[in-house]
Design a protein around this ligand. Structure first.
Ligand SMILES: [Mn+2]
Length: 455
């Protein structure tokens, strides 16, 4: 039983990229954008086009080649910003201009030096102008959670009347708490006329460690878009983490009966790719995608998990694309196993590329017994050094399905059967891990190597 679909707005390439140590060049942003597409996000906020020429070119490049998701670009509430954003976004299949203007007294007085009246007028004018360029326009009242609710509703009313299609409520400084934020969303729904025609969105920061909890509280109160990032990167303590929001909904549909278009099995690859690009590692105990998230050290836990994974696991590693740690890559591993592990790490190679990696992998495995993921990543980086050409290192795999905004809600999923965490059947290997189904002849040739998977 679902109460609706929640739009996943990923801002890894904008808010995330603004965080210390996380800047990316155009080629890296494009690679990540393709992975976000595979992950099934509905909206990719690709950058802040007026911020720099590099940002502009990156947004333009992503808008030109990533065709399924909505591509958003950020703009302050002024003409030059909005024009620059549109110049970069106009190539998109589904462009969105995201306009923001601070609304809290402290921002109005000290940062913008404008009055409340001027703020309402500027927000309205900016949306009218953005709307003259682009049908899909999102508005964010920056520092909304420290804005007097009555004034906040006045600004929101003005932009709804000018045709804003999404109202994003940012907890810019990570100040709010779940009950209060949920109430704020309820107040907005009650007071702003015409609100039922627009999507309410939540943009939460993690300064008090409550970004995900606040975002979920907003959804429970009627928000239908969440803004989030891979690995929770973002300004200061970061943004709400995409993987945590999505998996909270998947694991607890009794509490959060909402659907998203996210392909869970692509979560780990996205996380790995981001870490690899930025060089910023994920903390080992990070929920969902940390190195220890599925590690069971205590003997009593290990015993329980071996008897039945559900004794200590509320979700399976496979459901978020974490490679099964029981499967070790060594010199007896076949080309096919290697290619699957590469895909899990966010890379897909053509036949020749894989041959190349495979030869080097075997040489390495001869020297060191077990090839860990970080060895493999080093090998891949070493083999495929960017040569300055614009050719992406990877080809998009398959565009994610079932992630079309405004599509009719999917039929309710049948109740999950309890003990099917590790299916064993004709399409699984000896460890109960599902084997991918292929029909091409290449697969026939390499099929035999599957039996060498693991030592
Ligand atoms: Mn932010």
């Amino acid at each position: 039983m679902t109460s609706g679909r929640v739009t996943v707005f990923d801002t890894t390439l904008r808010d995330g990229e603004q965080s210390p140590g996380c800047s990316m060049n155009q080629q890296e942003k494009l690679r990540l954008a393709h992975q976000l597409d595979r992950l099934g996000v509905d909206v990719i906020e690709a950058g802040f086009p007026i911020a720099s020429d590099g940002d502009f070119e990156s947004v333009k490049a992503i808008a030109s080649v990533v065709r399924r998701p909505i591509i958003a670009g950020l703009a302050r509430a002024c003409r030059p910003d909005i024009e620059r954003a549109w110049e970069a976004l106009r190539y998109a299949e589904r462009p969105r201009i995201h306009v923001f203007l601070a609304t809290s007294d402290i921002h109005l007085k000290y940062k913008l030096r404008i009055t409340r009246e001027e703020c309402v007028a500027q927000a309205g004018e900016a949306i009218r102008f953005a709307k003259s360029l682009c049908e899909d326009v999102e508005f964010s009242p920056e520092d909304a959670t420290r804005t007097e609710p009555e004034f906040l509703c006045r600004v929101l009313q003005a932009v709804v009347e000018e045709g804003a299609t999404t109202l994003n409520i940012p907890d810019t400084v990570g100040y709010t708490v779940p009950a209060e934020f949920g109430e704020l969303i309820t107040t907005i729904r009650q007071r702003v006329k015409g609100i039922e025609k627009v999507t309410i969105s939540a943009h939460c920061h993690n300064d008090l460690g409550m970004a995900v909890a606040n975002a979920l509280a907003a959804v429970a109160s009627g928000a239908r878009q969440v803004e989030c990032t891979i690995n929770g990167i973002g300004e200061r303590a970061g943004n709400a983490s995409l993987e945590e929001i999505v998996m909270a909904m998947r694991v607890r549909p009794d509490q959060y009966p909402f659907e998203t278009g996210i392909v869970g099995e692509q979560i780990f690859a996205a996380s790995q790719m981001l870490s690899e690009i930025t060089g910023v590692p994920v903390q080992p105990n990070k929920a969902i995608i940390g190195r220890n998230a599925f590690a069971h050290e205590a003997g009593i836990h290990q015993d329980g998990v071996l008897k039945n994974p559900l004794t200590y696991e509320i979700m399976t590693p496979q459901s978020v694309g974490v490679p099964d740690s029981k499967l070790v890559l060594g010199k007896h591993s076949g080309r096919h196993a290697l290619s699957i592990r590469c895909e899990q790490l966010g890379y897909q190679f053509d036949r020749r590329g894989l041959d190349d990696i495979y030869r080097r992998f075997v040489r390495l495995a001869d020297k060191i017994k077990h090839v860990e993921d970080h060895h493999l990543l080093e090998l891949i980086r070493d083999t495929h050094k960017p040569s300055g050409s614009a050719t992406p290192l990877i080809e998009p795999i398959v565009p994610a399905k079932a992630a079309v905004v405004n599509a009719p809600p999917p039929a309710p999923e049948p109740e999950p059967e309890p003990v099917k965490a590790f299916p064993v059947g004709p399409h699984t290997n000896a460890f109960g891990v599902p084997l991918p189904v292929h029909s091409d002849s290449h697969h026939e040739q390499t099929q035999q190597e599957d039996y060498l998977w693991g030592v």
